[in-house]
Write a protein that binds this ligand. Sequence first.
Ligand code: ATP
Ligand code: MG
Length: 422
Amino acid sequence: MAMQSENVLTTLNKHGYKAYWVGGCVRDELLERVVDDMDITTSASPEQVMELFDDCIPTGLQHGTVTVRSGGYYFEVTTFRTESEYQDNRRPAAVQFVQDIKEDLQRRDFTMNALAMDVTGTIVDPFGGQADIKEERVRCVGSAMERFGEDALRMLRCVRFASVFDFKIAHNTWKGLVRQKDLLQHIAMERVRTEMVKMMSGPHPLRGLELLYRSDSLAHIKAPVSSTRFNKMLLSNLEQLSGQHVLLRWSLILIAGGYSKDEADVLLRQWTFSNEHRSRITGVLQVEQLIHTSVQEPKDTVSLRSDWIVTVLACGVQAADDWLRIQSALPAEWRNQSEPAEMQVVLVQELAAEWSQSIPVHDLKELDITGEQVLQMVQRKGGPWLGQLMKHLLRETAIGTIANQHEALSAEVKRVVQDDQT
Ligand code: ATP
Ligand code: MG
């Protein structure tokens, strides 16, 4: 990708235009992080860029952006520009093209993002971004009060960078953030989610949550942990889940925040999570809820096992597996083991994988008897009783009290129907 983008720079240079790699890709290169998009900025106007490259798409002409395809990769090439007239603390209403790279860098949010590099490797750094990177500091370009006032999303980006890179936040930048935090409520939830997902995917998710907590911003972004529910001990476990899928981390945050499945569902909708992601997260909460209910009474292993299997049938194999993954990533102190209920959860956790392995059927379709066969056997009209009966058969077969064989299942049907009639 570096080579292909270099070709774009060289082509622009050859025609007398200035051109640089800019922003996040230069920063990530200096941080020795994987670079996944290489943005380019140039003195050429969008029209001039389009003249030079056959394969390009005018993705955002009003903002000066043309997407150029080079050697199978796509690069955003944006004309040097300044921004003005910010609306509703969001994106600028107007942009103005300029000729000087420094003016372009001035509109960028943080010093570490206000870096440009030309094809020879020379870095343009008018705001001390390299020094801030070295000193591991997020600092606004110019006045933090103003920059956060122009675009409130920058506050979340600030926290996200501090969290993902484990950087500190410069004093004035932090002060500006604390003063402007109320503007966070104007950001579209979709953009909040994008930032939060990046934050939670990083190696220090707790750092970000703590910064939001300390700046008293959690409520402004409808964060799953409100200031009153911010339980650092529980949340510290998030970092144990660093290697796991980010959706598992969301599940843990919601469990730690005391969310029920339904409450979580409402919140994740507000947060514009996709249906697929939402149901994966709420599935884990449902498992947590069912297990919690199951262990309220003292039980023997046999009953705990059947409760677990019923839980797997109700919530699905994926949710059960996710729940177990979360549990096994957590330190033993996570559950207060002086409480009998919690001790039972620990027991479930230890044996659940084995129990799950032993489940012979997960779905009605796998049963060696169909609803129609049941109807024929008992000579009754269908109705809700049939669904209940089939579920009963599935449950008993899954637990292993009945074999998944037509004869055994028919015998059980007869027994249940006879019981019903007496
Ligand atoms: P990442 O790609 O890792 O999320 P990034 O800094 O590259 O981080 P992008 O959204 O790719 O973020 O933006 C590219 C560059 O555009 C940034 O490095 C920064 O210079 C500038 N930029 C992005 N968003 C803003 C903003 N809200 N305000 C000012 N400058 C911004
Ligand atoms: Mg980027």
